[in-house]
Design a protein. Structure first.
Length: 253
């Protein structure tokens, strides 16, 4: 392919066939490319893309979307250099806006259990008591629950997120089949100001308050990176700060 003057969209169609990615990741790459990149550079040659327009587009996008879109660009040009269809990594100096991390809202188990979640009462309680990702929970069938555990080995996209996502979680009840699309659960969660992912944080916080060690929590949550678990374990509620003060006063008095 050396010396070929390659159009970006033609190259993208080729790259999708050679990348070794999970189906969900590949789907996301294609979606980001079609929505945000193809209208700007799709018909340009790889070595002649308008970098100013690309950078302007990245600045306009929400930070998280911008970061993922830039990742797609880097993959396209990395593969282009690997297979000799481009001479330079033109997109190497493009930047995505800095992501501003905000403390994510979550509910305690007691709050989840006290609220009315409409037709999804049991499904949401199941999420809060088992910490499964929606894609994992939606793939659970009755025969995946046995011997006192929920056995997680698949998602609605086929494979689970990573090898560490294959796991068993103590079964605490409330299972009913989840809808196969995300939207109904999102609407139910949004009614009370949280997201579906918030219930994983509920579970993590429940583990923390019951004294479960962070490394055990990492396995139960299926995190490949312990830092992810630690971020949740360092979340504190106002009453915890007050309780810490009471304990310290008792200690020194």
């Amino acid at each position: 392919m050396e010396g070929i003057r390659m159009i970006v969209s033609e190259w993208a169609d080729t790259v999708w066939t050679v990348l070794n990615l999970r189906p969900k990741t590949l789907y996301d790459y294609k979606r980001l490319y079609i929505r945000h990149l193809e209208p700007i550079i799709g018909q340009s040659e790889l070595d002649e893309v308008d970098l100013v327009s690309l950078q302007r587009k990245l600045v306009e996008l929400p930070p998280q979307t911008s970061r993922h879109t830039l990742m797609v660009l880097r993959v396209l040009w990395r593969e282009g250099m690997k297979y000799g269809v481009t001479k330079t990594n033109s997109v190497a100096n493009l930047k995505a806006p800095t992501i501003q991390f905000k403390e994510k809202k979550f509910l305690t188990w007691e709050e989840v259990n006290a609220l009315d979640w409409g037709r999804y009462n049991n499904q949401i309680r199941f999420l809060a008591l088992h910490g499964l990702r929606w894609s994992e929970a939606a793939a659970i069938k009755e025969d995946d629950i046995h011997d006192g555990f929920v056995w997680v080995s698949k998602s609605v996209y086929g494979e689970v997120k990573s090898k560490t996502s294959v796991r068993k979680v103590p079964f605490l009840g409330f299972w009913e089949p989840l809808p196969k699309t995300y939207k109904p659960m999102r609407l139910a969660a949004n009614k009370h100001g949280v997201t579906v992912h918030s219930f994983r944080r509920t579970y993590a916080y429940l583990l923390k308050t019951q004294g479960v060690h962070v490394t055990t929590a990492q396995r139960l949550l299926g995190h490949s990176d312990p830092i992810m678990t630690l971020k949740i374990y360092t979340s504190v509620l106002d009453n915890e700060v007050e309780d810490a003060g009471k304990l310290l006063r008792l200690k020194i008095n």
